[in-house]
Design a protein around this ligand. Structure first.
Ligand code: PLP
Length: 229
């Protein structure tokens, strides 16, 4: 087995163990393989091992991989910061966007989504680490943004995404993920149908699964340490 196939199996085992510990079904959690900075060969190796959903942060790099894997039935998720001038490319080539943080971008994506494709599946990114991060809407803006995005015809609102402040302390990780879950629960209680909570990365997926994650976004634990040029 290739190293990537081994790593995928190990990550799936971590997800399953965390799910069982939390009394959840392992099938209720999807693994998104974050392939940013890794070459096409790494994506193909993961795809050959059965991995279907991939995440990318950079528009051009992502589009190149989407084009190179056309016909392989992979699912592509855009998870990075998105600027207005790149929204059309994302609307045309990706299946999901996790990083919606303002209505203006969502409106552009909705208009730019080609009519022959299914609606773009989207999550609202919520900033739960305050000053430490500039990405994501404020927690108290999330519900209104969800309401507005849910009405856009080119998009299908699925849920929330968050990147808490990194910490090695399991209790602190869980507290931050629990806060995201509370926002999610509150929005659902208001009658907005959400089914996706995108949270948890290589170092904190167990805490995220314990607090209700339905998609974990894993890069390093699958592909190895990234080298940024
Ligand atoms: C890079 C990245 C990940 C993956 O992080 P790892 O720590 O390598 O698992 C997940 N989500 C987002 C938004 C990222 O940018």
């Amino acid at each position: 087995m290739s190293a990537i196939a081994d790593n995928l199996q190990a990550v799936q085992a971590r997800i399953s163990d965390a799910a069982v510990l939390a009394g959840r079904s392992p099938e209720s959690i999807r693994l998104l393989a974050v392939s940013k900075t890794w070459p096409l060969a790494s994506v193909l190796e993961a795809a050959d091992a059965g991995q279907r959903a991939f995440g990318e942060n950079y528009v051009q790099e992502g589009i190149d991989k989407v084009a190179a894997t056309a016909g392989r039935n992979l699912e592509w998720h855009f998870i990075g910061p998105l600027q207005s001038n790149k929204s059309r490319a994302v609307a045309e080539h990706f299946d999901w966007v996790h990083s919606i943080e303002r209505l203006k971008i969502a409106e552009r994506l909705s208009v730019q989504r080609p009519a022959n494709l299914p609606p773009l599946q989207v999550c609202i990114q919520v900033n739960v680490s305050g000053e430490a991060s500039k990405s994501g809407c404020a927690p108290d803006e999330a519900q209104a943004l969800c309401q507005a995005v849910a009405a856009l015809p080119g998009l299908q609102l699925r849920g929330l995404m968050a990147i808490p402040e990194p910490t090695d302390d399991l209790a602190a990780q869980r507290a931050q993920f629990h806060h995201v879950w509370e926002i999610y629960d509150h929005i659902r209680a208001a009658g907005i149908p959400l089914d996706t909570l995108s949270m948890g990365m290589s170092h904190d997926l167990e805490a995220a699964v314990a607090e209700g994650a339905t998609i974990v976004r894993i890069g390093t634990a699958i592909f190895g340490e990234r080298n940024y040029r």
